[in-house]
Write a protein that binds this ligand. Structure first.
Ligand SMILES: *Cc1c(COP(=O)(O)O)cnc(C)c1O
Length: 427
């Protein structure tokens, strides 16, 4: 039989590509040719493995940021590399005019593991929320009429960067100067049950909420607040959307945070950790909700592509495991113990809070607004972590499988970074 791959005639790279050296670039190239929407670190990472990153100068960093809670299994996990390679050699893309096996397997595993009965696959968190909100409005107008379109969200929430997502998110700084935003969105303070109660009526299509606010300052949602959201949605025939884009896929020590909070949403959005570094997102719902979305009502070119689905399926196989999730909580305690020891010595944190491997260390008043200085000192000392809130919180979201040795090494480097900032403050 003919080998279908070897008989292709156009497989070899053309000579001009085969022989070219990669173009030389450096950190300065970012300032030269890229939109300045980010302020990336001064070093350029070129290689990474597990919870380590190496830069173009060969320096190593302990990664306690996990690519912003994305790298659930660390960098280049062998099982994910194998899944991606195998799928890369089999089939990349067929479009949604055809279905593919990895996408169906992923959806089957997600519905087996959650309350949801149907899954829509997309490419990012923002798209997941966009689709979830569209579904909620479609459900409300189909079942109850066009007047039912209000969206209730929380202040300081983060839901992504499209028009609908930034408008739904609770940070006006992300919409400023960009013209009119979509109408019908109300914000209430997070964890404020009375405020939530006071804005609800029968024209609300949905409440969208993070079970724990990440970007907004690492605030765990209370059972009272999330429970009240559930009860008010039931009372007003509105849908409850949990944005688990950052909290999902083992981050908090459960497969999804809603399972720990004891409150089940109607729609769940998920991205970041499910791809372990490969771009993929999804939203999921019960059939009764999903069925308002008919052929033509929503779509995406790359969503559900076999590469992303094959990787996500493998992430889920590994994370959806009792022993794996239990270890997340053990690692959380090791980090918390380390932060407490650092704080006894340097007195820098007024609070350490969070859930699972998702912790925020709030800086004391004298150091408030200096979180990014600590982050930069971290880079100088070989450790990567994030900030949150109003530049007053150090945020940690390492790989869920980070080793004890990497935690300890990372903490030692965090301590050196903190000592450096504190001594420069004193001087
Ligand atoms: C990151 C994030 C998003 C946006 O996801 P993207 O993949 O960046 O579009 C939305 N909601 C929450 C809670 C997030 O953490």
């Amino acid at each position: 039989m003919l080998d279908p791959i070897r008989t292709q005639s156009n497989l070899a790279a053309p000579a001009h590509v085969r022989e070219a050296e990669p173009m030389r670039v450096s950190r300065a190239t970012f300032d030269e040719v890229m939109f300045q929407t980010y302020a990336p670190a001064q070093f350029v990472p070129v290689r990474a493995s597990g919870s380590r990153i190496w830069d173009s100068e060969g320096r190593d960093y302990v990664d306690l940021a996990g690519g912003v809670a994305v790298l659930s299994l660390g960098h280049c996990h062998p099982a994910l590399v194998a899944a991606l390679k195998a799928q890369a050699e089999r089939m990349w893309h067929v479009s949604n005019y055809m279905v593919n096996e990895p996408a169906m397997r992923l959806a089957k595993k997600l519905t087996n593991a959650t309350f949801a009965e149907r899954v829509f696959l997309c490419n990012s968190g923002t798209e997941a929320n966009e689709g979830a909100l569209k579904t909620a409005r479609k459900y409300a107008s189909t079942r109850f009429g066009e007047q039912k379109f209000r969206i209730v969200s929380t202040l300081n929430s983060f839901h992504g960067r499209t028009w609908l997502a930034v408008s739904t998110g609770g940070s006006p700084k992300y919409t400023k100067g960009m013209g009119p935003v979509p109408a019908g969105i109300t914000h209430v303070p997070y964890n404020d049950v009375d405020a939530l109660r006071s804005v609800m009526d029968d024209d609300v299509a949905c409440i969208i909420v993070e079970p724990m606010q990440g970007e907004g300052g690492m605030h765990p949602g209370t059972r009272e607040f999330l429970g009240a959201a559930r009860e008010l949605c039931d009372k007003h025939h509105a849908l409850l959307i949990f944005d688990e884009i950052q909290s999902g896929v083992g981050r908090t020590g459960a497969l999804f945070s809603y399972m720990q909070k004891g409150v089940t949403p109607d729609i769940l959005t998920c991205a970041k950790g499910i791809g372990g570094g490969f771009p993929i997102g999804c939203f999921m719902a019960r059939s009764e909700v999903a069925e308002v979305m008919q052929p033509g009502t929503h779509g995406t070119t790359y969503g559900g592509n076999p590469l992303g689905a094959a990787v996500a399926e493998t992430v889920l196989d590994i994370v959806d495991n009792e022993a794996f999730l239990a270890r997340v909580l053990v690692a959380e305690q090791r980090l918390r113990t380390g932060f407490a020891a650092i704080n006894r010595k340097h007195d820098v944190f007024s609070d350490v809070r969070g859930e699972g491997l998702w912790l925020g260390c709030e800086l004391t008043a004298r150091l408030s607004n200096r979180a990014s200085d600590f982050m930069k000192a971290g880079h100088r000392n070989g450790v990567v972590f994030l900030t949150a809130g109003n530049n007053d919180i150090l945020r940690f979201a390492p790989a869920l499988n980070i080793t004890d040795a990497d935690i300890d090494d990372g903490l030692a480097r965090v301590e050196r970074a903190i000592a450096e900032v504190v001594s420069s403050q004193a001087a």
